[in-house]
Design a binder for this molecule. Structure first.
Ligand code: AMP
Ligand code: MG
Length: 302
């Protein structure tokens, strides 16, 4: 999945459990990879119709749900755009021409995805990229596996996706650091967590610079350009890893106002920490006590 992953588990079978997670993540990677010619996603994108495993079907159907929930901000059919900007392994980053972006936008839209019992069809030449949600699925699967091995305390960290399994071995809560978007080696604050997914998306995670402009990897499906929504990063906290992953990407595209509106419209669905371009930190009500940071932050109430 093209990122650094760390799993730390405590308990009698922790070594076996971590190995099982590693195998599971490699299995999912082989299934969902855009590069591997034997992956289900590669075949689906090439043939436009394919029978799919339960994992792939679940992920695609959850992605379509997230597309509807976020009014199109999360959209796995952005594949041709991510490709045009060169954000895939083996490609070179570049600014595409207006014409290229218009062409790449043509098949974008989740209405081009048709799911039936055990197969998927892509219409109008669409291609899919599960990069915005796959790590969430992998962390949920890892948490399930760890629990199957009787692990009561673990931390799964897959790139920007963290999943706390239980609490720390001493019973106190995990403390998950949220990176400072201006200097990711530092943190803007921490979130206390137990049985919780904490997922961050930000332009700082993957980008290139051309003629003094920064272009990052999260694309606005409506414009075809990297999202410029006034946010530097979005962290979502939820018990649902996939939802947290899809929403962190989507809210980064939507920006502060639409993110707040989504939160108010769906009480209890998720919690969030937003960092704005002018370095304001906004935290949803539920996190008021579990979030700590050195500077002031504003609370978004339901
Ligand atoms: P994340 O790190 O979870 O925010 O996901 C970013 C990755 O998701 C990118 O590298 C792309 O592969 C993909 N992506 C980019 N923009 C979008 C979008 N608007 N909706 C869904 N996936 C996206
Ligand atoms: Mg995501």
């Amino acid at each position: 999945m093209d990122t650094v992953m760390t799993i730390t588990a405590y308990g009698a079978d922790s070594k076996k459990a971590v190995k099982a997670c590693e195998d599971e993540i490699n299995r999912l990677d082989a299934l969902l990879s855009l590069q591997n010619k034997n992956s289900e996603i590669y075949r689906l994108n090439r043939n436009k119709t394919a029978e799919a495993s339960v994992d792939t079907l679940t992920l695609i159907s959850r992605s379509v749900d997230a597309n509807m929930l976020t009014d199109g901000a999360f959209d796995i059919t952005i594949e041709p755009l991510v490709r045009a900007w060169g954000f895939y392994t083996g490609l070179e980053n570049r600014v595409p021409s207006k014409q290229e972006i218009e062409t790449a936008l043509l098949p974008v839209g989740s209405q081009n995805i048709e799911i039936s019992q055990n197969s998927v069809r892509l219409l109008n030449g669409a291609c899919v990229d599960l990069g915005g949600i796959a790590k969430g699925y992998a962390s949920a699967k890892s948490a399930e596996l760890l629990e199957d091995y009787g692990i009561e305390s673990a931390i799964v960290s897959l790139g920007g996706n963290v999943r706390a399994v239980g609490a720390k071995p001493d019973g106190t809560l995990w403390s998950v650091a949220i990176a400072d978007p201006d200097d990711p080696s530092k943190q803007i604050g921490t979130l206390k967590a137990k049985d919780l997914a904490v997922v961050t998306s930000g332009g700082y995670q993957r980008y290139f610079e051309e003629n003094g402009e920064i272009y990052h990897h999260i694309i606005n499906p409506k414009t075809g350009y990297p999202a410029k929504s006034g946010l530097k990063s979005v962290t979502i906290a939820s018990e649902d890893d996939c939802l947290a992953d899809a929403l962190s990407t989507a809210l980064f595209v939507m920006g502060r106002e639409k993110a707040e509106a989504l939160y108010k419209k769906n009480p209890g669905l998720f919690d969030a920490v937003l960092v704005t371009d002018d370095n304001k930190i906004l935290v949803t009500d539920n996190l008021r006590d579990s979030f700590s940071c050195k500077t002031n932050f504003e609370v978004i109430t339901p």
